[in-house]
Design a binder for this molecule. Structure first.
Ligand code: AMP
Ligand code: MG
Length: 320
């Protein structure tokens, strides 16, 4: 696998109907031409992704939206105009030419404009949009650097377009619509507060059992290999634990304890954006060490704390 920031090489491989890893501001994606079924099938194969989990279509500008969808509710238009390019995915009625293999046979398509200079430049140089789910094997933590992609996939991909570390570090927020009203299907890198400032109160329906319209939102997801415990009372949990080699994943303050061998802090300044951008790379880093378990606690349920908590609960082995 080759890693480089040369978009011409990415154009070359994508035009040969190969899968290429691309940077975005959220996480790295595994990208292919949406109109080539074989290339899109390869994404599913490489990721070991269930075929009922549809892909997000990445387009180059908000103006292009109307080419790919049939109907844009007023609030969807407002959200796209406000937040694109950016970490917001809209689920809308698909145009007839969007292939069913992108949408897992649904009549809606998930679509966004990524806010990453290199990838926008790449999209400008292609004659087709890119289907791109996160660049990780299914159920693993998403990649936020080109090196993570290399470590996961090695020679299964010809090329990784290197765009540095992902600025947001969390997947996009996904919004669908019911009778024109926005519904959050997945919490993500755009906070609920930001969204509500533009379109008013929104419903959150982000688990698969309550929302058949949001496939892929499994309760278990994004998990590190080291078992992760979310605990309310650390002292109590650790006093009962047999394990002595634990890592603590904290927000801003370390937890000093004889069974905690290392503290990993998401943001010493208590900054939610910084914490989000550090979450996946910290989990991946912890997995390279030989800890018995990771203990962590929920962050405050505000701003991106909500999205981080969502990912922690999907990554958790146990919630105490
Ligand atoms: P990933 O790219 O790995 O972050 O996954 C994309 C996610 O987008 C999927 O897991 C779905 O939850 C969501 N998604 C994609 N297409 C649709 C759709 N047509 N309707 C609802 N959710 C979708
Ligand atoms: Mg994913």
């Amino acid at each position: 696998m080759k890693i480089s920031n040369d978009i011409n090489e990415a154009v070359f491989w994508l035009s040969q109907n190969k899968v290429v890893a691309i940077p975005t501001e959220t996480v790295y994606g595994l990208a292919a031409n949406i109109y080539n079924e074989e290339a899109v099938n390869s994404i599913y194969k490489i990721k070991n992704r269930p075929s009922n989990n549809p892909l997000i279509v990445h387009i180059k500008s908000e103006r292009e939206l109307y080419k790919y969808v049939d109907h844009v509710p007023v609030k969807a238009n407002l959200l796209a105009k406000t937040f694109w390019p950016g970490p917001l995915t809209l689920v809308l009625k698909k145009a007839a030419h969007i292939p069913n293999y992108i949408t897992s046979n649904k009549d809606t398509v998930a679509i966004r404009v990524p806010a990453h200079k290199t990838t926008l430049n790449l999209l400008e140089n292609l004659l087709f949009p890119l289907a791109a789910p996160s660049a990780n094997p299914s159920n693993n933590v998403s990649s936020t650097t080109a090196q993570h992609v290399l470590d996961y996939f090695g020679d299964k991909l010809p090329f990784v377009l290197d765009g540095g570390s992902c600025a947001k570090g969390l997947e996009s927020t996904i919004i669908g619509f019911e009778k024109g009203e926005p519904i959050i299907y997945r919490l993500g890198a755009l906070s609920v507060e930001h969204i509500e400032r533009v379109v008013g109160k929104v419903q959150i329906r982000n688990n698969a059992t309550q929302n058949p319209d949001a496939p892929g939102m499994f309760s278990k997801h994004y998990a590190p290999k080291t078992p992760l415990y979310i605990v309310k009372n650390l002292e109590d949990f650790l006093s009962k634990a047999n394990d002595t080699n634990c890592a603590y994943l904290g927000f801003d303050k370390p937890f000093i304890h004889s069974k905690i061998n290392k503290n990993y802090l998401l943001s010493e300044n208590k900054n939610f954006d910084e914490a989000a951008s550090n979450l996946y790379k910290t989990l991946i880093e912890i997995d390279t060490q030989q800890f018995d378990l990771i203990v962590t606690q929920y962050l405050p349920e505000i701003d991106l704390g909500k999205s981080i908590n969502d990912r922690l609960s999907r990554a958790a082995f146990q919630i105490n």
